[in-house]
Design a protein around this ligand. Sequence first.
Ligand code: PRX
Length: 669
Amino acid sequence: MSAPDPTRPVANQDITSILVEDRAFAPPADFAVRAHLADPAAVRALRERATADPVDFWCEVGRQDLRWTKPFTVGLDWSDAPHARWFADGELNLADNCLDRHCQTWRRHKAALIWEGEPIGDGGPEIRTLTYGQLLEQVQKFAAVLQSLGVAAGDRVCLYLPLIPEAAVAMLACARIGAVHSVVFGGFSAEALRDRTNDAGAKVIVTADGGYRRGSLLRLKDVVDQALVQHGGAPSVEHVVVVRRAGNEIAWAPGRDHWWHERMAAAPAGLAPVPVPAEHPLFILYTSGTTGKPKGILHTTGGYAAHVTRTARWVFDLRDEDLFWCTADVGWVTGHSYVVYGPLSNGATVLMYEGAPAFPAKDRFWDIVQRHRVTVFYTAPTALRTFMAWGEAPIVAHDLSSLRLLGTVGEPINPAAWVWYHEVIGGGRCPIVDTWWQTETGGILIAPLPGVQTCVPGTATVPLPGIVADVVDNAGHPLPADVGGLLVVRHPWPGMARTVWGDRERYKQTYFSRVPGIYFTGDGARRDRHGNFWILGRVDDVLNVAGHRIGTMEVESALVSHPDVAEAAVVGRPDPVTGQAIVAFVTPRAGVVTGPPLGEALRGHVTKEIGGLARPAEIRFALGLPKTRSGKIMRRLLRELATQGTVTGDTTTLEDFGVLEKLRVTDEE
Ligand code: PRX
């Protein structure tokens, strides 16, 4: 076994695989005996059946897991490929599935959401619990509020909120009336919010006066105000609904702005769910691609609902007595699928925590696990590596014995972090589900079924039943074991994205052209001789920083929009904590003085244009960038330099790429 390497390079142009790992963890007997899927032979048979006929398999899931107002008779309609349609002649409502159907059972009085705010007052943190019945009432009322503001089925509503219960209420209220939500993560800037609002043509923005993160106040309403007035604003927006969360002073546009609590107090109760066709749009979620413009990934109702409901139950082995904590913000797809829709559709109890892991001290997460008796915990490898760096003292002070299952998502987990997670957080007794998926896939595609599968640190193991994933070469031919290639999915699945909002051609180009007709994930992978998939990272110009997807082009466009910048190239370098870190090579305009002040100015500019998550870790000034004969920037050289080069920080001397230029032998990168 090789030594686990936390700085394992994420493969890019060369899809290489250097990791060999042969530690294996079979499901603990006491876990397996109670799991939803506990019989290996039955699961083998299920997999065979699902592989032989994925459509039939997913139809059964759709029928078993969801309540339909009109049952579907058609499984997959691929006639408009690559724009899939699932269960297209059926009708349902996802809020009905997440709320009403549970409220007609004993679960009406079961906790749906247990929420904890970040600030800690004299009486401890603020905690709010909403039962299924209470959550339904809130959702019914907010659906009525949206209707009173003119929102009808198909209209877009932008949600720019802290991680508070109102975020889930607003999402479900949209679903209840067939409106399409577009959640924009609260860390995005006014510019990013405006672009997304305009692209979606949102009629209403739902926000809060402020939210809390790391002890500071995030003034969200101010950002909305900026987005609505600067650079042409967002003309489609007619109303802004504001949750009073932090009590900070805000500007007010009478007629346009409405307090959430005032509108809710006046709203009628009992609004019935509006049944929609299965292919009715549910949400748009913007994600980074290889151009400067983020893509609005569109998900629809029935197929997405079936996928997230079943995967939440199987992968997290959710049971009524669980308290499931997925630490993701609802601004990301993980928050959509596994904070809100998947768990609630299963009638589970979800924990939501507003803030940061280090506030007020580095044990906040473990304090929460202990106080609330969390049983299933799902987080990102970056968080785990951060906890590792903080040492075990904040952890061992807490009783984590309630935990029974752990999960990870968002980036490859290095075996050292996996084993640490298993031992230090899981006390050696909890299986770990490493879940591979994407904004575009809607739900989990590759992950262990924890009651039956042996986990190997570093691999998400094998595709779930009904998912036909493969590792192929550029021509689409399957590759043998242990050879790195492109990760593709050969057969449509119900949770897959339907298109890029407003740009069908981009959807086809981005996902179905590299290997014609087959969904290309953008990731490299290899399969080992046991069939386990090892994700090798992105093979396109997309970075994964702390589990967040950031397109290099997006950061480059932000940099070149600064008046002092002539040209910029952005690459990733491995980072022991965040997986990858952003390094920007910048050619300043003539006469501009380079150095740390300019570096800071440019970092601030990127933060303003996109948000803090895209802030470069390092800015390096260059006289010119190395290019191919056809003028393409030689990113591979820049990546090597960023990874192996000795210069760090904002260098005051300009780097001369003349030497590198001599290495230019082909037109390739
Ligand atoms: O590169 C893969 C990585 O995250 C990308 C998807 O990012 P996003 O759409 O933001 O969704 C993240 C949450 C689902 C993938 O293309 N990724 C996600 N999960 C894993 C992963 N890489 C390795 N292992 C994973 N478990």
